[in-house]
Design a protein. Structure first.
Length: 261
């Protein structure tokens, strides 16, 4: 091994927001135990493209002994992450676990439950976790997808007021789930089901911000030209920002087309 430049992560400063992971083209970084970490020295090219995206300044460039950058190994890793089928689901067979059975619940979009004793479902589909939804689930066809962070339903009174016509719901956590796998799965869902529009609902905290980037990247990879809306929820349960986004492919960032709040 020889001395070369490589990324160093200050764990005390890292808040696990995953912005560096989204912006590392070599897939050298992962969130492990809530912190960003370099998976292997050979994946890091030492150019530091991820550093400018860290909101806390946890990423710095140092010079230390490290194995050489291996471009071929990076290509293999990126292909592995893009083609991984671990999340690809099939409908539960007869006698399978009831929690994974696909259901079109027919919840009425825009309808609030009138009281806690109401037995009428306001969910349009089940399951709602993105990683559990089969890519060919019938409720996805021609739908307007609401992609929400896991914490959103706990912060607001309910998702139903935000559901539009022919809605489907998927929930994910960009901090604790695999960004690359979910992006690839979402891109296939968009392409194969003629999804019309995506509305992303995320919390105001930094670890939620990769969710709309995931949606934009998935739309780009799907080859579809559909609108991505972003709604940001405060920790007090208020809508503090609404915007329409587009993907700046040259700079690999999202830009607001129209913003409120």
């Amino acid at each position: 091994m020889a001395k070369r430049k490589i990324i160093h992560i200050d764990e005390e400063l890292c808040n696990g927001c995953a912005e560096c992971i989204v912006n590392c083209a070599e897939a050298a970084l992962e969130i492990i135990d809530g912190k960003a970490r370099v998976v292997a020295d050979r994946f890091c090219d030492g150019l530091g493209a991820c550093m400018g995206h860290c909101p806390t300044g946890a990423l710095t460039m140092i010079e230390r002994e490290a194995e050489p950058f291996d471009e071929e190994a990076v290509h293999d890793r990126v292909r592995m992450l893009e083609n991984k089928d671990a999340l690809k689901q099939t409908p539960a067979p007869s006698g399978g676990c009831p929690s994974s059975a696909v259901l079109n619940l027919g919840g009425c979009p825009g309808k609030r439950a009138m009281n806690q004793e109401s037995s009428e479902s306001i969910l349009p589909n089940w399951p709602v976790k993105l990683r559990l939804i089969p890519e060919d689930a019938g409720f996805l066809k021609d739908s307007h997808l609401l992609l929400g962070a896991d914490c959103v339903p706990a912060a607001i009174s309910g998702l139903s007021p935000h559901l539009g016509h022919k809605a489907s719901v998927a929930l994910a956590c960009p901090k604790f789930e695999d960004y690359f796998q979910l992006t690839e799965k979402l891109s296939r869902m968009i392409a194969d089901n003629n999804i019309k529009e995506i509305s992303v609902m995320e919390m105001e905290v930094p670890c939620c911000s990769p969710l709309h980037q995931m949606a934009l990247k998935a739309v780009e990879r799907s080859g579809r030209n559909i609108r991505v809306n972003r709604v940001v929820i405060s920790r007090q349960g208020r809508v503090i920002k609404k915007e329409q986004l587009k993907r700046d492919t040259e700079n690999m960032v999202s830009q607001p087309v129209r913003a409120e709040g």
